[in-house]
Design a protein around this ligand. Sequence first.
Ligand code: ANZ
Length: 823
Amino acid sequence: MAKDQRTTTREIDKYDPAKIEPRWAEEWVRTGLYRADESSDLPRFYALDMFPYPSGDLHMGHLEAFAGGDVIARYKWMRGFNVLHPIGWDAFGLPAENAAAKRGINPAQWTAENIDQQAASFARLGMSFDWSRRLATCDPDYYRWTQWLFLKFFERGLAYRKGAPANWCPSCHTVLANEQVVAGLCERCDTTVTKRELVQWFFKITDYADRLLDDMERLSGWTDRVLTMQRNWIGRSEGADVTFTVEETGDKLTIFTTRPDTLWGVTFMVLAPEHPLARRLIKGSARLKDFDMFIERVRTRTEIERTSTGRARDGLFTGAHAINPVNGERIPIWVADYVLLEYGTGAIMAVPAHDQRDFEFARQEKLPVRVVIQPEGAPLDGAKMAEAYAGEGRMANSGRFDGTPTPDGIHEVVAWLEGEGLGTGKVRYRLRDWLISRQRSWGAPIPIIHCPEHGEVAVPEDQLPVRLPDDLDYSAGSESPLARHAVFPNAQCPKCGKPSRRETDTMDTFVDSSWYFLRYCGLDPERALDPEAVARWMPADQYTGGIEHAILHLLYARFFTKVCHDLGLVPFDEPFPNLLNQGQVIMDGSAMSKSRGNLVAPKEIVDTYGADTARVTMLFAGPFEADVDWADVSPQGVYRWLSRAWRLAMQTVGKRATAGEPTGASDLRRATHRAIDGVTGDLERFRFNTVIAKLMTLANEISDCGDSSDADIVEAVDALVLMLAPFAPFMAEELWHRFGRSGSVHKASWPVADASLTHVDTVTMVVQVSGKVRDRIDVPAGITEEEMTALAAGSEKVSRYLEEVEIVRTIVVPPKLVNFVVR
Ligand code: ANZ
């Protein structure tokens, strides 16, 4: 304080974030300003952010996501809600083990240090977290309950062990879920994934496939993009299982088809190379040698390579034949790479006339193509077709079904197959059970004891948590450190006391993150969940996080919630009715990442320009859901603008005592109330970038308002500062205090627009992308060029044309036209 008094007026007036921000950051944490109030009668709002992984200090992706999530939480406080905005860490996982091996330290220590670092950085960024609910999934207080939930799943038969060929990453020394294998590579280290036959733990998510699909109808607050990704991942297919007979051996060969109406068009069968029948059917040593070479080739191909169309297919005739049950025809059996063992029955009937992959294979191997679905108009000829016909039509060459319209005919065919005992209607899913065991040690140990007599026995609840030992060997390249520990694996059977082996696998970290949002509601030391607290806060009102979690995390969290619902632990079965996914931060053409080395740390911006600038820069960079290209970002420009807003606001300090109440309908008052109206509407739809554009316009109006009354100016500045508060919380708080207002600006009421002042003449603005009209938007006649551009780029109809292109020029003709010229 003493120092401030000695500085000149000029210095006091200067915007100096380095002076303001750390002070408020500390003050907010100290006073618990953002602590959710369990006893309050205010309406509740649960603002949930996807919790971070503590791999180091915060990166730009965190800044973007959390800046958005924080605006939502702060805005809701100001709208009069009692907000729950918690933070925690997804703190188990392999990077900690790798770092520990490299540095010879314990993963717990590495993780704790990173968490402290991130927590400090979050505070420095002014995140409005309720710090009293802070959690980390690697704390025994947390993983005790992860283990408890595992046991509940186990009791219900939803956790089980089976031997299966598993994806094995030779570099990480662990199995991976299918989901963690991307284009054949380990998603973490890009090593080629191999297969290993291992006994593994699974969660029976397939039991919930139908509910996971059907309940998506209730997720009206999710984008179609994410819903489609989930739907495709679950991959529900309706069709039939039909059984063919192998002529030479009498073996039964069941296939799954979604097109039983094409059964009369089958000209060959295909087995997956790994199908158990494949090797048995192959006759003659020359063929077997070919088969061995074929298998070797297939092993290195990814699922995508194997199944995509428009490429040469790799296949081999087995020498055996099948009998088609619908017409007794004798057809050759092949093996080919495009049929996968894991889907359906691992074998198909090939209908080249109506399935593109079969068609490509048939043309390549000169196999017959028989048309059994004829479209309207000129009939198709199998010998001359250039591609398969997958459309509708009437069944042909199909005996009793000739002339039946299809796809409606599918049901008739299935009914007939069932009547004749040739096949059965069947629903299949691409979704597999969730492989949750990992042969790593920085994870929650699976709380099971293997007794020679009683098999898999649950660790009694009062013995939870099964703690990780502190003295594991993390030296590089070591396999399964828990299994090699001198003491950990030794246990007694809880049922008979006989010497037994403790399970030494740990759980996939996606298990930890499948229920943290429930734990935040009340960190009860004696229970996993406090049912009353959970019922108070959940379902979360808004969930904000990266699109990269569109499939796995969200699917697993939905599954967990449904199981918790069925266990009677929670009264709802969808956790996140509203989902907001921010885009990625791109630099030099790819997402910023440590491994690519294209990183800019948020700290650099904070140190140079302050946290408020860092936050506003991110949110101003474009629509929240779109990717942010670092090349288009200007912290300097944002800093200059904030400095200007600061000066405008400071100029009112001396006028406030005498300003009086604003009255009438001056231009400035109209601009103020229009801004309030527009900003509020934009915030309700998370259009953060257009909010900032509107605040910039309001600041311009304030500067240009030469003859306005002090009362009108003070009103405009107050509105500006209040609306800036969620975005630039430090500056707004400091100004609020300089204005002599009591309490925090962040608990002040959001301004309300006076409807009599917001009426404006509107015109229709046309938005073009390279001259093509993509949207029409009603805008106020007095709209500025910046607002037009921001609005145009933010339009959903327009933004999809701006993905993956470069905007070379933007032509703006106020107020009627914006044209993005793209390349
Ligand atoms: C004959 C047929 C004719 C098929 C036709 C399609 C069109 P979705 O919809 O994804 O579930 N199929 C079955 N199992 C397979 C496997 N293990 N590997 C590769 N392909 C497999 O796909 C179901 C269709 O994919 C099935 O229906 C089968 O080809 C093929 F005009 O049977 B269809």
